[in-house]
Design a protein around this ligand. Sequence first.
Ligand SMILES: NC(=O)C1=CN([C@@H]2O[C@H](COP(=O)(O)OP(=O)(O)OC[C@H]3O[C@@H](n4cnc5c(N)ncnc54)[C@H](OP(=O)(O)O)[C@@H]3O)[C@@H](O)[C@H]2O)C=CC1
Ligand SMILES: CC(=O)N[C@@H](CCC(=O)OP(=O)(O)O)C(=O)O
Length: 342
Amino acid sequence: MTFTAAVAGATGYAGGELLRLLLGHPDFQIGALTAGASAGSRLGEHQPHLAPLADRVIADTTPEMLAGHDVVFLALPHGQSAAIAEALGPDTLIVDCGADYRLADPQAWERFYGSAHAGTWPYGLPELPGARAGLAGTKRVAVPGCFPTVSSLALVPAVAAGLVEPDVVVVAATGTSGAGKSLKPNLLGSEIMGNVAAYNVAGAHRHTPEIAQNLGAVAGGPVTVSFTPVLVPMPRGILATCTAKLEPGVGAEQLRDIYLKAYGDEPFVTVLPEGQLPATAAVLGSNTVQLQVAADEAAGRAVVIGAIDNLTKGTAGGAVQCANLALGLPETAGLSTVGIAP
Ligand SMILES: NC(=O)C1=CN([C@@H]2O[C@H](COP(=O)(O)OP(=O)(O)OC[C@H]3O[C@@H](n4cnc5c(N)ncnc54)[C@H](OP(=O)(O)O)[C@@H]3O)[C@@H](O)[C@H]2O)C=CC1
Ligand SMILES: CC(=O)N[C@@H](CCC(=O)OP(=O)(O)O)C(=O)O
């Protein structure tokens, strides 16, 4: 059976990556492509790498345009999902790459996003304990943020097993595409080239409560998260260095064992052989999360490093993986673990 898929936000980075993946997916046929100000233009003007769709005309993002598809992928700015979901009704599978339905706590939402909380949908990170049950057959998916994807997968096994204190530090270098296509002063070529700078420090980044939510769910109690994103001059990729204090007596072997057990059967999570370190270049265009785990015994800390492509596993790949689960397709359909190098 072939499923029809519409993509709202088709001219953006997340929409473009969704379309790249859908073009290679055996079970999807691409339907309506919609956007905002670009409506009326051809996709080829915005996504020159998607040759088979170059002549497709972009439509306005309206419920009427998105209706009649089996799946609607939303790759729009935050705040637009609720109206579309309501108009499409409960029978359409909606996979939202935006943040609107990720957080369960309305207060955390209001504090970090400054608007009314829309609600909570099944969280689209299948590798979290118990998540697949909530995604199988669902009609709604909230795709995680890119930083929460890699940092949660890096920390959940140690936190869930009680091997580290519930107080974690995440410092994550990110490529610029995470910010979307629209022009931002700190992303102008002359600002970003040859420069590395932190931003949204000291608990200010809106992904902090999302990471805390994921870790808290497995810790059985609150987890404190100190998160610092760092912008680096590359288009794609995130490298997250995650650390937490080891509980007394926990050593390198026990720590590594927990990760090998947690991810041994996961198609998209690779715990690298000892001595090999994750690198963003190794996961470009792939849905893989590379992890390495080590114990810094002198400092008494677990050190877990994770690499993802923010647009693939960090957004569109995760979205397709969840759509596969929701539709009863093989979870890996249309998704590659093969990167592009150099
Ligand atoms: N980039 C990333 O790494 C990640 C992105 N996401 C999420 O995915 C979503 C899209 O992000 P991204 O692709 O980066 O953003 P972009 O800015 O690259 O793209 C935004 C898209 O939304 C469309 N759009 C903008 N305003 C409107 C509007 N008022 N009505 C209809 N369409 C509109 C744009 O169309 P037009 O060309 O007409 O302006 C464009 O297609 C966001 O919610 C983001 O948080 C999630 C995880 C990671
Ligand atoms: C470089 C950069 O600006 N990255 C973005 C990541 C956004 C993202 O991935 O996710 P959302 O869906 O939650 O917006 C940021 O730090 O806000």
